[in-house]
Design a protein around this ligand. Structure first.
Ligand code: G6P
Length: 362
């Protein structure tokens, strides 16, 4: 309940929750690590998931974006294919399922009706399910076969921030257990990498002043904006754009950088902000090429790049983390950008119009 949680000196819960993210990473590690440094998760869950031939992640909104952000991580470490699905689509248009599917419901609140109606169907079909949620005892937690809690503390702001990063971290830890069980994991050490990521997130939340002035310079009056990236950077771009839409009412789109030229580039005008996310050495040069294309059509480009790939005039530099966990650090400046756009325009950051924290109607 919001009244029980103090905002302290924070003007809005959202800023507090953005700041809490490094602590949430460390808390999760404590919760799921045993005294020998091994993953401490129900073995029945680990075995059942490890024996599946396909993992289906079902979710809505920011949780859906978290599913995408974790897909390549899960696939790399477990060698099990992952599908990420929108609850509201999957429930009514279920694709042909694999022989031994395993279902993961990502839901901050544990109450989202769209996701619950899929879980009801999955239970009827007799397939195993796991709910990853921030709320103990929530409906989706009670009705799924297994539950993992995010331990992120109550998330009060309607726009989700710490639940997104906690979901990715939780999936990293779970993935580690599957990878060990199936001997598919060669080098990824979730607890170590999450501690590096937590430090990186800490550095990013300290960039508030810089991000606030970046917003003043490029985003103070814009009606639209684009985030672009490839691979995991594309998935962060989707979440970054959602955040801008939700709380600052800027019409924003997250785009696969290479796809921009196949249509969306028609929307670029003089002064349109295009934010490029670059954390992958393989695709970074291509995304830079796409930024050049929009720049020559008048766009104001802003580059968010990890330090090993950054160039001198890039505006936001991300600390280097494991390539499968870059979303954890890359998302933080985008959360802060959305926050400052909303705040500078005088909106109620925590309670955007038309939105509810948990949506219990289909
Ligand atoms: C609502 C919220 C979103 C959230 C989505 C899914 O629409 O406004 O911020 O991402 O529901 O919520 P869940 O609790 O299932 O993660």
């Amino acid at each position: 309940d919001a009244s029980d949680i103090e905002k302290g000196t924070y003007p809005f819960y959202m800023l507090k929750e953005i700041d809490e993210q490094p602590t949430v990473m460390r808390k999760l590690t404590q919760e799921y690590r045993d005294d020998h440094g091994k993953v401490n998760i129900d073995l029945n869950l680990v075995n059942e998931m490890a024996d599946s031939d396909r993992i289906y992640i079902v979710a809505c909104g920011t949780s859906y974006n978290a599913g995408w952000a974790a897909k390549s991580l899960i696939e790399t470490v477990t060698q099990i294919p992952v599908e990420v699905q929108l609850s509201s689509e999957f429930g009514y248009n279920m694709p042909l399922l694999s022989k031994k599917p395993f279902f993961i419901f990502l839901t901050q609140s544990g109450e989202t009706a769209d996701s619950r109606q899929v879980l009801v169907q999955i239970n009827q079909l007799g397939f195993p399910s796991l709910t990853i949620t921030n709320v103990a005892g929530s409906t989706l937690s009670r009705e799924a076969k297994y539950t993992l809690l995010l331990h992120a503390g109550p998330e009060i702001a309607v726009a989700s921030t710490k639940a997104y990063t906690a979901q990715i971290a939780m999936l990293a830890i779970l993935t580690q257990a599957i990878g060990e069980r199936n001997k598919t994991n060669t080098s990824f050490d979730a607890f170590y990498e999450l501690s590096i990521a937590a430090a990186g997130m800490e550095a990013m939340v300290d960039e508030k002043e810089r991000l606030s002035s970046l917003v003043e310079q490029y985003l103070s009056t814009t009606r639209n904006a684009f985030y672009i990236g490839r691979g995991n950077d594309y998935h962060v771009a989707s979440e970054a754009a959602l955040k801008l839409k939700e709380i600052s009412y800027v019409q924003a789109e997250g785009f696969a950088a290479g796809e921009l030229k196949h249509g969306t580039i028609a929307l670029i005008e003089e002064g349109t902000p295009v934010l490029g996310i670059i954390t992958d050495a393989k695709t970074g040069p291509h995304t830079r090429g796409n930024l050049k294309e929009v720049e020559s059509r008048g766009a104001n480009t802003i580059v968010i790049a990890s330090e090993d790939l950054a160039r001198e005039d890039d505006q936001v530099i991300l600390p280097k983390v494991h390539p499968l966990l870059t979303s954890l650090v890359a998302v933080v400046p985008t959360q802060l950008i959305a926050y400052y756009v909303s705040m500078q325009r005088g909106y109620d950051v925590d309670k955007p119009r038309n939105l509810a924290k948990s949506v219990t109607v289909e």
